[in-house]
Design a protein around this ligand. Structure first.
Ligand code: HEM
Ligand SMILES: *[C@@H]1O[C@H](CO)[C@@H](O)[C@H](O)[C@H]1NC(C)=O
Ligand SMILES: *[C@@H]1O[C@H](CO)[C@@H](O)[C@H](O)[C@H]1NC(C)=O
Length: 336
């Protein structure tokens, strides 16, 4: 029956061509982006919910930890990519990123990540990286505090290295000017607009006095106090941060209006001279940036959406995927 056989071979050939085409498409999309939404669906179902539950419980007791976790994610991504390197403890002779001036004494929330990791290792060992956990936890922290929610791709892998020397130059400093901030973010593949958007994270959390005290006393040889600071706000900051303060742990809220709510009041603070850092106030020294800050302060809705999009982009900086790196068993220690 040549007719039937011919049809059989024809359909076989079609199926084969179809399969090859599908395989080629799959391979090419994999090469473009190894991260996927719900990457852990098969290997560790409910992984994101586990992280969310741990974060919600921790923030329910101490809302401030949310700010710590968000900042930790930022510091992870800006130093050698979002690879969980910020979580690694120093060992003898190997000072880790934690020892850097920007991290030492003030990064917080490590126990929350440890707790999520312990639960996930118990459930599905070796499946969910510390870098993914931190990205989920930062997203969940923002949402818990009233900010936007966003879908986040996962499949990040962990680095096996963390060196204090790698931090320098990668993180912006609180005295940076507008040009320096812009350059710093551009170097990470983030635009000036995304820099302004992400600065809105300073709507939550706190800072050690040492990061802004130069604005309060002896600003320079002719001017005692930073004239861009609202004088009333400066007076309140001086109470929190007295001159010659014997307490090195004194802090001030980044957003004096609503310190634990993820809202757009950061931008209102910048407009009113009530932003804590020189780097925050710098957003009001450039005409285009000034207009963005002003409009974000008047209407927070577009900014919330932009913040979510910029966070997605930040969370994909320099990720390790596939067979790169490792899945750390303990976020503080590289696998042996
Ligand atoms: C634009 C340049 C930035 C500079 C110069 C900067 C600088 C700082 C400094 C000096 C502190 C105080 C640290 C302390 O004493 O604990 C801080 C806190 C904080 N930063 Fe930034 N930051 C920047 C951007 C960002 C970004 C992009 C995010 C997140 C997306 C972020 C999130 C936070 C949070 C949430 C806190 C409060 C931390 C806490 O309460 O523990 N910052 N930042
Ligand atoms: C880290 O991983 C790299 C590449 O995977 C490997 O060559 C290196 O030996 C590892 N370093 C440590 C300290 O395990
Ligand atoms: C001190 O700061 C003020 C305000 O920013 C500025 O106008 C002045 O030029 C500065 N003086 C010196 C000596 O740097």
């Amino acid at each position: 029956m040549p007719g039937a056989q011919g049809r059989y071979w024809e359909s076989f050939r079609l199926k084969l061509i179809l399969r090859i085409a599908i395989a080629v498409i799959l391979l090419s999309t994999q090469a473009n982006s190894q991260l996927q939404v719900n990457f852990h669906r098969g290997s560790c179902p409910g992984a994101e919910a586990t992280v969310r539950n741990v974060v919600n419980a921790a923030l329910g007791k101490s809302r401030g930890l949310g700010a710590g976790i968000l900042r930790m994610h930022f510091h992870d991504c800006f130093v050698n990519g979002c690879d969980g390197s910020v979580l690694i403890d120093s060992t003898t002779g190997n000072p880790s990123e934690k020892e850097a001036g920007a991290n030492k004494a003030s990064l917080r929330g490590f126990e929350v990540i440890d707790n999520a990791k312990a639960q996930l290792e118990a459930k599905c060992p070796g499946m969910v990286s510390c870098a993914d956990i931190l990205a989920f936890a930062a997203r969940d922290s923002v949402f818990f505090l009233g900010g936007p929610f966003w879908q986040i791709k996962s499949g990040r892998r962990d680095s096996n290295i963390s060196r204090v020397a790698d931090v320098g130059g990668n993180l912006p400093g609180p005295s940076s000017n507008f040009q320096q901030l812009t350059q710093n973010f551009l170097a990470k593949g983030l635009s000036q607009a995304e820099m302004i958007t992400l600065s809105g994270a300073h709507t939550i959390g706190q800072s050690l006095c040492s990061f802004f005290i130069n604005r309060l006393y002896n600003f320079n040889s002719t001017t005692p106090q930073d004239p861009s600071l609202d004088p009333q706000y400066a007076t309140r900051l001086k109470v929190l941060c007295p001159q010659n303060n014997p307490n090195p742990n004194s802090v001030a809220p980044l957003d004096p209006l609503t310190p634990n709510s993820f809202d757009n009041s950061y931008f209102t603070n910048v407009v009113q001279g009530r932003a804590l850092f020189t780097s925050d106030q710098a957003l009001f020294t450039d005409a285009a940036s000034m207009a963005t800050v002003q409009s974000n302060s008047e209407n927070g809705s577009p900014w919330r959406e932009m913040f979510a999009q910029a966070m997605i982009k930040m969370s994909e900086i320099g990720v390790l995927t596939g067979h790169q790196g490792e899945i750390r068993k303990n976020c503080r220690v590289i696998n042996s």
